[in-house]
Design a protein around this ligand. Structure first.
Ligand code: TGC
Ligand code: FAD
Length: 395
C-alpha cells in the first residue's frame, strides 16, 4: 500500500468547534495509526486476520472505553472524543474501528451501566488496556433485525444458570475472554450474562468466507448446557431495551467512523486527481471529476455538522435513539457512495491494494448492515416522526 498521506478535509472549519484536548486526542490516534497500522492493514485484510499486535496500542490511545470513568481504568473522555477516535480508526479500516466499538460500547458500556460492582472491578480495567477482549452476542441465526425473537435461554438451577442456544455474526468472538450474551429466562425476559472463555459447553468458532471486514475476526457463540455462575448475570437492567441502549452507543461511534472512511476516500481521490494526467492535463481539471469531488466534500461537510451536533447532544445526555439512527444511516450511506465515486476517480488503480478505496467500499457493506440495517434505521426515523412502528406486519 502507498504511504499514508492522509490530511483530513475540513471545509467548514469544524476544527474551530473542537477543544484543544479533542484535537490532541485525534492527533495522537492519527499518528499512531499512520505509524503502526496503515503499513500493515492491507496485508492483514488480504489474509483475513486481525492484527492482534495493535491491541495494546488501541488501549494506549484511549480507544477502549473512552468514556469509562477513571475509577474503572477508563480515560474518562467525552462523547466527541469517543467519536473522533472512532473516526480515525475507521479512516484506516472499519474492522479496526469494529474491534474498538465492540469492546467499548457493547462490552464495557453494559458492564459499566448494568454490571455489579464486582463485575466492573473484574473486567473494566483489564478491558481498558486491552489485556482482556470482549464480544457482544445478540444476533442469532434466525433473529437478526428482530433480536426480540431470540431463542437463546437460561434456566435457574438453584446455584447456577444453565445456558443454551447460539449466536451468529459475533465480532471478536474467537479471541474474546468474555462474551456479553443476551438470553431469555424462563419467563421470557431478556437478561445479559457474562460468559467466560473456557466455561464447559461454550465454544466460539470463527466464521470464514467474508468478502468484507476481513481484518476483523467474526465468529459464532455456541452454548451447550453452559453452567453460568449466578454472579455473572448483569443485575442492572433487563428487557430488550438493555441491549438496544448499548447499540445506541455503538451506532453513535459508527456514525463518526463511517465518516472517517468517507474522508479517507475523498482525500485519496483529490490527491490522485491532481497528480494523474490524461490528455496532457490533470484529471482534476475535467468538470466531471470536479463534480464528483464537489459532491463528495458537500456530503462530507453535511455529515460532519450532523455528527458534531449529535456529539454535543450526547455529551448533554439529550441525543435520542432515533437521532443516532439517522446519523448512522446517513453517514454510512454517504460513505458508500463516496467510496464508489472515489474508486472511479482512481480508474483501474482504484481496484488495487495500493489504495484503501476498495477495502473501504467492501467494509462499508458490513457497516450498512450491522448495528441495524439501512432500512431498519429508516423505519426507526419513520416511527419517530409518525408514532407508528412499521417493523411488524400480520400476514
Ligand atoms: P421495541 O418494542 O421497539 O422495543 C423494545 C424495548 O426496547 C426499547 N428500545 C430502546 N431502548 C434503548 N435504546 C434503543 N435504541 C431502543 N429501541 C427500543 C423500547 O422502548 C422497548 O422498551 P420497553 O420498556 O417498552 O420494553 O422493539 P422491537 O422488537 O419492535 O424492535 C425494534 C427494532 C427493530 C428497532 C430493534 O429490534 C432493532 O434495533 N433491531 C436491529 C437489531 C440490531 O441493530 N442488531 C445489532 C446487533 S449488534 C451488532 O451488529 C454489532 S456489529 C459490531 C461491530 O463490529 O462494530
Ligand atoms: P435480516 O434481519 O435477515 O435482514 C435481511 C434484510 O431484510 C435486510 O435488508 C433488512 O433490512 C430487511 N428487513 C428485516 N426486517 C425488516 C423489516 N421489519 N422491514 C423492512 N425490512 C426488513 N451481531 C451481534 O450481535 N454482535 C456482533 O458483534 C455482530 N457483528 C457483526 C459483524 C459483521 C461483519 C456482520 C456482517 C454482522 C454482525 N452482527 C453482529 C450481526 C448484525 O447485527 C446483523 O447482521 C444485522 O442486525 C441484520 O441481521 P440479518 O443479517 O439477520 O438480516
Amino acid at each position: 500500500m502507498a504511504t499514508d498521506q492522509y490530511v483530513h478535509p475540513d471545509y467548514y472549519n469544524m476544527d474551530e468547534m473542537l477543544t484543544e484536548e479533542h484535537k490532541l486526542i485525534r492527533e495522537s490516534a492519527r499518528n499512531w495509526i499512520k505509524k503502526e497500522v496503515s503499513p500493515i492493514i492491507e496485508d492483514y485484510y488480504e489474509r483475513a486476520e486481525f492484527p492482534n499486535q495493535v491491541i495494546k496500542g488501541l488501549g494506549e490511545i484511549g480507544a477502549f472505553g473512552p468514556y469509562i470513568p477513571a475509577e474503572y481504568g477508563g480515560p474518562e473522555l467525552d462523547q466527541i472524543s469517543y467519536g473522533l477516535i472512532m473516526q480515525e480508526l475507521e479512516r484506516c479500516d472499519s474492522g479496526l474501528r469494529s474491534t474498538a466499538s465492540v469492546q467499548s460500547s457493547l462490552v464495557m458500556y453494559p458492564i459499566w451501566r448494568y454490571g455489579s460492582e464486582e463485575q466492573k472491578q473484574k473486567w473494566l480495567p483489564k478491558m481498558a488496556t486491552g489485556e482482556a477482549i470482549g464480544c457482544f452476542g445478540l444476533t442469532e441465526p434466525d433473529h437478526g433485525s428482530n433480536p426480540g425473537g431470540m431463542i437463546t435461554n437460561f434456566k435457574d438451577m438453584g446455584d447456577h444458570y444453565l445456558l443454551n442456544g447460539a449466536k451468529m455474526w459475533i465480532s471478536n468472538a474467537p479471541i474474546a475472554d468474555v462474551a456479553v450474551v443476551w438470553a431469555k429466562n424462563e419467563e421470557g425476559r431478556i437478561w445479559g450474562l457474562l460468559v467466560e472463555k473456557g466455561m464447559e459447553g461454550f465454544s466460539a468458532p470463527e466464521m470464514h468466507g467474508k468478502h468484507s471486514l476481513r481484518a476483523s475476526i467474526t465468529g459464532e457463540l455456541i452454548f451447550d448446557n453452559v453452567k453460568v455462575p449466578k454472579e455473572n448475570l448483569m443485575p442492572g437492567r433487563s428487557g430488550l431495551g438493555a441491549p438496544l441502549s448499548c447499540l445506541d452507543s455503538a451506532r453513535f461511534g459508527i456514525a463518526w467512523g463511517a465518516l472517517g472512511a468517507a474522508m479517507d476516500c475523498y482525500d485519496s481521490a483529490l490527491r490522485y486527481s491532481l497528480e494523474r494526467t490524461q490528455f496532457d492535463v490533470p484529471i482534476a481539471s475535467f468538470q466531471l471529476t470536479q463534480k464528483k469531488l464537489a459532491e463528495m466534500i458537500t456530503e462530507i461537510t453535511k455529515a460532519q455538522l450532523l455528527t458534531l451536533r449529535l456529539g454535543q447532544m450526547r455529551n448533554e445526555g439529550k441525543a435520542t435513539s432515533a437521532q443516532i439512527s439517522m446519523a448512522k444511516r446517513n453517514n454510512v450511506e454517504i460513505a458508500l457512495k463516496i467510496a464508489r465515486e472515489a474508486r472511479q476517480i482512481h480508474g483501474a488503480m482504484g481496484i488495487t491494494n495500493e489504495y484503501s478505496i476498495m477495502r473501504h467500499m467492501a467494509n462499508l457493506e458490513s457497516v450498512v448492515t450491522y448495528e441495524g440495517t439501512h432500512d431498519i434505521h429508516l423505519l426507526i426515523t419513520g416511527m419517530d416522526i409518525t408514532g407508528i412502528p412499521a417493523f411488524k406486519r400480520e400476514l
